[in-house]
Design a protein around this ligand. Structure first.
Ligand code: ZN
Length: 294
């Protein structure tokens, strides 16, 4: 199977709205982001819950429909771990709301950043038992899967680079994510799968093998940006496609060989560079690099 040709147009480009959450260092409201994408013929976005909440779910839902935009995903659910039962229940309730929002917006999937050691993100981990966290994550996804399945909203586990294992996600490889998928959804119903982000997974010696294991049924989203050398911030120094060391076309080839035919979603967090630029210029660059470097 040959790869889709991205060089002629940007019909398979999606913009994760974090990429332009700031323009010239100033917060850019989601309605403005949507208008800027629509003006450029960008057909899909993947918005964040905080951006949607700030503008209002109904308003965003209307705007998405007005422009005929698709959502390649909705960011994000997850953060399943907690120190006690009250915390676990609160996480579950919040995740159900995320599923409801994703349904209202017609998202392709709800992306899950699963959580890690409780408290670590705030600077003080409550314990050191990452195995316990992984069990809580698996239980949490299982419980959410029942609800999401009843609404027809696929859940996409996003493995995060191991540098985030303590504070953001204790699922760190495609293999781990697919193990959870196979345990909770053995029939490969397409209700549960993975969001493959090249930033998190490019280094993995088992990447090609695990993409083949995932197959079309489990490949729910494909996120692109680049890994800069040096990387100056562990969270907010992602590179524009083509500016770093990730062989994105090679990975896209592996994904498309499985039959993936969805959007290539640009997701760049960049405090020092891209968030300092004009959002229109950033979107223009995303379109150009989608054609030349993805
Ligand atoms: Zn991602």
């Amino acid at each position: 199977m040959s790869m889709r040709d991205f060089s002629q147009d940007h019909r398979w480009l999606s913009i994760n709205t974090a990429t332009v959450r700031k323009s010239r260092g100033v917060d850019l409201p989601l309605p403005d982001i949507i208008e800027a994408c629509a003006r450029r013929g960008i057909r899909a976005i993947s918005p964040w819950r905080d951006q949607v909440a700030a503008a209002g779910l109904d308003a965003i839902s209307k705007l998405v429909k007005t422009h005929g935009l698709e959502l390649s995903g909705y960011c994000r659910g997850g953060m399943f771990t907690a120190v006690d039962d009250t915390g676990l229940k609160a996480a579950h309730a919040d995740n159900r709301r995320a599923v409801d929002e994703a349904c209202e917006l017609g998202a392709r999937c709800l992306v899950l950043v699963v959580g890690a050691l409780p408290g670590a993100l705030a600077g003080q981990a409550a314990h050191k038992d990452i195995a316990l966290s992984r069990n809580q994550v698996s239980d949490g996804i299982g419980a959410l899967l029942d609800y999401a399945g009843s609404c027809g909203m696929p859940l996409a586990i996003e493995p995060l680079h191991p540098m985030y294992a303590a504070d953001r996600a204790c699922i760190n490889t495609m293999e781990q994510a697919l193990d959870v998928c196979d345990e909770l959804d053995p029939t490969q119903s397409e209700a549960l799968g993975v969001a493959l982000d090249v930033y998190h997974c490019w280094w993995d010696p088992k990447l090609q093998q695990q993409i083949a294991r995932a197959g079309k049924a489990r490949l729910l989203a494909f996120h692109v940006c680049d890994w800069l050398t040096p990387t100056t911030d562990l969270l907010n120094d992602r590179g524009m496609m083509g500016d770093g060391v990730i062989d994105i076309p090679r990975i896209r080839g592996w994904v498309e060989a499985q039959g993936f035919a969805g959007y290539s979603e640009v997701e760049i967090f960049s405090t020092g560079n891209w968030w300092q630029r004009d959002a229109g210029d950033v979107l223009n660059t995303c379109i150009a690099r989608h054609k030349s470097a993805v």
